[in-house]
Design a protein around this ligand. Structure first.
Ligand code: CP
Ligand code: NVA
Length: 314
């Protein structure tokens, strides 16, 4: 596998290997301090980012490389150079390209033309780096995920479907509770269900947040209005999602040891209350910190073949 574009492209073995690597990098950020020696990794971000951009820059630096962040206005892409030509040209300078954009189709086009690995740093459809971090955080908290179920409560978006696919790849059950008018993308959900059928886990879609939270080991939410959503939808989304706010009453339905997760940024008081965000069962800041070791794991796995001549990168 050359790129990481969607969570569903991974296999259960890939995920196991990434979890193993992430654990190594979580324990020792300098586990492979010269892996990217003399190498540059480009980060092309067309949208704001706190966690993904900074954790990936930190990951590149800890692996001994140089991160190069580029914003859209700086490239000739903004003056009409094609995506494909840009991808080919950048591939001549850097070891990998990490891209945050909107269109999944354009990212795939870009990755096809690039001769170096391309990593999806969030699109409208997917957030694979986030989903691997979510899974890694659950592994850290529970060690053994067998018999555990995750509840995702909120809008059916990129984070929700990548999470469902990551859970399915690890054999963890997941229930997504989304309002009828803001469901997850059906094709992405189908991909998660297909993986679940293979690993023996369950992916369930409901419209009742309480049904999802009841007996869950983790309750997860995300913003109600994503970067790819029309800002004028904000009011309608708030109305449709008001029953999906994660508060102490909803958490009380989950198992006593259940943790609260959020990819962040959070809109406190909207999709989650302060009480839950700052409560004893919230692991959101540990989850955010885990973005760095997971980014190291992904870059290491993707670049192993090129930089180490390893038999099996992915
Ligand atoms: N969770 C996440 O991707 O955050 P950023 O948008 O800050 O990168
Ligand atoms: N679903 C959110 C995630 C932000 C990290 C968005 O796409 O804006």
């Amino acid at each position: 596998m050359k790129d990481l574009l969607t969570t569903a492209d991974l296999t259960p073995d890939d995920v196991r290997e990434l979890m193993r690597l992430a654990a190594l990098f979580a324990e020792d950020p300098d586990h492979h301090p010269a892996f990217l020696h003399n190498q540059v990794v480009a980060l092309y971000f067309t949208r704001p980012s706190t966690r993904t951009r900074v954790s990936t820059e930190a990951a590149v630096a800890r692996l001994g490389g140089t991160p190069l962040t580029i914003s859209p206005g700086e490239l000739q892409l903004s003056r009409g150079e094609s995506l494909e030509d840009t991808a080919r040209v950048l591939s001549g300078y850097v070891a990998a390209i990490v891209v945050r954009g909107s269109s999944d189709e354009q990212l795939a086009q870009f990755a096809d033309a690039a001769t170096v690995p391309v990593v999806n740093a969030l699109t409208n459809g997917q957030h694979p780096l986030q989903s691997l971090t979510d899974l890694f955080t659950l592994h850290q908290v529970f060690s053994d995920l067998r018999g555990r179920r995750v509840a995702y409560v909120g809008a059916g978006n990129n984070v929700a479907v990548s999470l469902a696919q990551a859970a399915a790849l690890s054999g963890v059950d997941i229930t997504l509770a989304t309002p009828e008018n803001y469901p997850p993308d059906p094709l992405e959900l189908m991909a998660a269900e297909k993986i679940a059928a293979m690993t023996g886990s369950a992916v369930e879609l409901v419209n009742d947040p309480r049904a999802a939270a009841r007996g869950a080991s983790a309750v997860y939410t995300d913003v109600w209005l994503s970067m790819g959503d029309a800002p004028e939808e904000a009011g309608a989304r708030r109305a449709a999602l008001s029953a999906f706010r994660v508060d102490a009453d909803l958490m009380a339905l989950a198992r006593p040891e259940a943790v609260f997760l959020h990819c962040l940024p959070a809109h406190r008081g909207i999709e989650v209350t302060d009480e839950v965000m700052d409560g004893p069962n919230s692991v959101v800041f540990r989850q955010a910190a885990n973005r760095r070791p997971v980014a190291q794991a992904v870059l290491y796995a993707l670049l192993c073949r090129t930089l180490r001549g390893a038999e099996r990168g992915w």
